[in-house]
Design a protein around this ligand. Structure first.
Ligand code: BG6
Length: 498
């Protein structure tokens, strides 16, 4: 256990922002509460807002009550608060890095943190390369003896293949790949991690997990919220960049990967990368045929009128940014050839629900020809990522009575029923793992680039389309009609989370 909790300092760039108060500090508090932080631990925040370390502690001390996932124990908070430090500075100014170096030396002495530093870049992506460069100039990324230096990078990781490659290249001027922890917060979700356990810790699913038994896979990541205060970011990103090359393709990789030879970080990431490499890139015609963009118009969600995307703050009234995307992908491998993976994600859909639905092939009808049964429903395995986390398996059963009638029933596993309510921010595992040096749940450079390789042809074709061609959908509906037609053409239909 000691090895899991090495003495360390977490240095947060952008410590005055949302991520720190909403996720990082509450997660550290939860880790401390589970005794998963070492005694020799400290947090150094660095951001532009002028503040002293005492101000920083006070501010977070007030905010923790709002963002903690449960009641705050004053003694435990005190333990963490004593370990918080702050430097105000400009990320482009070498003076800030000098101050950081001096403070880290001081903290190492007073807290016994052994020169192990985890630099967390919770900043705008335009600062990523510059911060890493400056850390390199000061020698702060150099690992000497048994001390380690790691850098955590939040998304977005590039906005297309070229920019992702350039960023990887810049990072590797200073860092070794093993020092880079690219976060995808979906991988911090228990239910996402459970996909691997579900598949590889049980003997009964893997034998039917392939093209012989599976008809198709649907992955839906629906949100009922709009773009909120993130209009300017979203105008540039859109639904495709925001959700697909990262969260959704990670889900595809977990569902489709081969069993890794071990749970070693590289063994798992090698298998995930193979899936991404095997996704057949779409040509221009296929982009037009197999992808659907959509943008929300005004509508009603949970009885409330909500404005159109184009009327949101910091959004152009003529915006052609997609707030919804649906697409069909194929993985060219022996396991998955000809099995479509349908992905869909969008803002202002009727509800928040992320789920993976694996639909199995229909059984032959032979036995029921002479009965009133006119069709057999295929088996369906649904992995509910959030909310209402769980897994259900639908199968056909005889409806009691003298004639043979068949109905569908569900076997349902709900996390909360079995394990109770777990209170987490979703960042605990990720923070714990980068402090422990376990990169299994982090994205490697190849996976980032391979994902953009799949996205680039879609982005190119979409960019060339006239603005009027983004279909609208009323807020509170499951996206534009074109998304339904995408499946109807294949004789299938979306399963809308109930
Ligand atoms: C983020 C996107 O990465 O994921 C957001 O930028 C989106 O637009 C969010 O709302 C969804 O995450 P979650 O955990 O709420 O499903």
């Amino acid at each position: 256990m000691e090895q899991q909790r090495p003495p360390s300092v977490l240095v947060v760039f952008g410590a005055d922002g949302d991520l720190t108060k909403r996720k990082l500090i509450p997660s550290l508090y939860n880790l401390a509460s589970s005794q998963l932080l070492p005694q020799e631990f400290a947090v150094v925040g660095l951001a532009r807002t002028p503040m002293s370390s005492a101000d920083f502690r006070d501010k977070l001390g007030r905010e923790i009550h709002e963002y903690a996932t449960g009641p705050v124990d004053p003694a435990l908070w005190d333990w963490l608060a004593q370990r918080l430090y702050y430097i105000s500075g400009d990320f482009r100014d070498s003076h800030a890095y000098q101050q950081l170096q001096d403070l880290l030396a001081q903290v190492d002495k007073s807290r016994g943190t052994c020169s192990n530093y985890l630099f967390y870049l919770a900043t705008a992506p335009s600062f990523f390369s510059e911060i890493v460069r400056q850390l390199g100039v000061k020698g702060l990324t150099l690992q000497t003896g048994s001390s380690w230096r790691r850098v955590v990078i939040e998304k977005p990781f590039g906005h297309d293949l070229a920019s992702a490659r350039a960023l990887n290249h810049e990072l590797r001027q200073v860092l070794d790949e093993s020092q880079i922890y690219r976060i995808d917060h979906y991988l911090g979700k228990e239910t996402v991690q459970n996909i691997l356990v579900f598949r590889f810790a049980n003997g009964i699913f893997e034998p039917v997990w392939d093209r012989r038994y599976i008809d198709h896979v649907q992955i839906t990541a629906a949100e009922s919220i709009g773009v909120e205060h993130r209009g300017s970011y979203y105008e540039e990103a859109g639904a495709l960049r925001d959700m697909v090359p990262n969260h959704m393709l990670q889900l595809v990789s977990f569902v489709a990967m081969e069993p890794p030879s071990s749970f070693d970080a590289n063994a798992v990431r090698d298998e995930k990368a193979k899936v991404l490499r095997a996704i057949q890139p779409l040509n221009q015609i296929e982009v037009l045929r197999s992808t659907v963009a959509g943008q929300y118009a005004e509508g009603t969600i949970a009885g409330q009128r909500v404005p159109a995307y184009r009327s949101e703050p910091n959004v152009s009234p003529e915006s052609k940014t997609a707030t919804f995307v649906a697409l069909k992908l194929f993985i060219e491998s022996w396991r998955w050839a000809e099995v479509p993976f349908y992905l869909r994600t969008g803002k202002r859909l009727p509800k928040r629900a992320t789920e993976i639905a694996v639909q199995f092939k229909r059984p032959p009808f032979l036995l029921f020809r002479k009965t009133p049964v006119d069709q057999l429903e295929p088996n369906l395995l649904v992995i509910r990522i959030q909310p209402d986390e769980g897994i259900s398996l639908r199968f056909d059963a005889k409806i009691p009575g003298p004639t043979v009638r068949v109905g569908t029933v569900d076997m349902d596993f709900q996390y909360t029923k079995y394990f109770g309510h777990t209170t987490s921010t979703g960042y605990e595992t990720l923070l714990h793992d980068c402090l422990a040096g376990d990169a299994t749940l982090f994205r490697r450079a190849d996976s980032v680039e391979l994902s953009w390789k799949v996205m680039d042809p879609i982005l190119d074709v979409w960019k060339a389309l006239p603005s009027g061609s983004v279909p609208k959908y009323a807020a509170g509906t499951w996206g534009p009609q074109e998304a339904d037609e995408l499946l109807q053409r294949d004789g299938r239909q979306w399963r809308n989370p109930s």
